[in-house]
Write a protein that binds this ligand. Structure first.
Ligand SMILES: NC(=O)c1ccc[n+]([C@@H]2O[C@H](COP(=O)([O-])OP(=O)(O)OC[C@H]3O[C@@H](n4cnc5c(N)ncnc54)[C@H](OP(=O)(O)O)[C@@H]3O)[C@@H](O)[C@H]2O)c1
Length: 249
């Protein structure tokens, strides 16, 4: 229980990778503020499951992270409920293709807003509280920061910005706050993008991993946990958790 009495805010935590992160941190003793946008049922079920193990250990907060006004409230509400903030995990992300010639400003607002702008403004709001606790920020990036994903120009730019932000904030916020990132490779296929259903595309992606398989959400959760609990001399780093895909793209 290395995270006993720690308080952690996880964005987009209701399902998929975010939920795995929540389960791992909670199992290690953390109290959680789980943010969700539209996955209310999943968020409530997750809370119920975790609260059965430790009553009073999980709160939910709903917000669209594109609404910049509400971002400081996520931080304030966490501190109001649990009295402090030890770590912020910026996991929420929108993901859809933006082929050149077809994208709109709305796509830019959505992809940059959720993947880059919200993590920046949440981090800013969290700084005074994290400083008091020698806390940390973990950003969930993507291996496609280095090698862009075809047809995803804006998403690539947003995650590239998040990688730059990770290093830049590490510089700004040291020595009191550490800032690191995790760059997942293929973990879960996108939920809403049709092209990803194609079995040959999936096979090709898996084949390019050195380990010849998909990762598990728990692989990301374990790395987030490591960066929060066991990496007191690490800041400004982004760890690829991708079965070796990024050296074989
Ligand atoms: N899955 C992978 O294989 C993979 C690969 C590379 C990188 N990643 C990164 O790893 C992280 C988790 O991946 P994932 O596949 O689990 O993510 P995901 O399911 O695509 O998205 C996570 C959550 O982000 C929330 N979200 C999106 N837009 C939002 C907005 N405007 N405001 C508030 N919340 C918003 C959604 O919450 P609601 O459902 O509540 O609306 C969603 O459940 C993401 O940062 C992703 O970019 C994942």
């Amino acid at each position: 229980m290395t995270l006993k009495n720690k308080v952690i805010l996880v964005t987009g935590g209701a399902k998929r990778v975010g939920a795995a992160i929540c389960c791992k941190l909670h199992a290690q003793g953390a109290n959680l503020m789980v943010h969700y946008r539209s996955s209310q049922n999943e968020a409530q079920m997750l809370r119920q499951t975790l609260e059965q193990m430790r009553p009073g250990s999980v709160e939910l907060i709903q917000a669209d992270l594109l609404d910049i006004e509400c971002l400081p409230d996520l931080i304030k509400e966490t501190v109001r409920r649990f009295g402090k903030l030890d770590a912020l995990v910026n996991n929420a992300s929108s993901f859809f293709s933006t082929p050149v010639g077809q994208f709109t400003e709305q796509a830019w607002i959505d992809l940059i807003g959720s993947n880059l702008k919200a993590p920046l403004f949440l981090s800013q709001a969290a700084v005074p509280y994290l400083e008091k606790r020698y806390g940390c920020i973990v950003n969930i990036v993507d291996i496609h920061v280095e090698q862009p994903l075809k047809n995803y120009v804006i998403y690539n730019a947003a995650k590239g910005g998040l990688a730059a932000l990770t290093r830049s904030l590490a510089l700004e916020l040291a020595p009191l706050i550490r800032v690191n990132g995790v760059a997942p490779g293929p973990i879960l296929w996108p939920e809403y993008e049709e092209e990803w259903v194609d079995p040959s595309l999936r096979e090709e992606i898996i084949d390019r991993t050195l380990l010849k398989r998909m990762g598990e959400p728990e692989d990301i959760a374990n790395t987030v946990y490591f960066l929060i609990a066991h990496a007191s001399f690490i800041t400004g780093q982004i760890i690829a958790v991708d079965g070796g895909r990024s050296i074989n793209l």
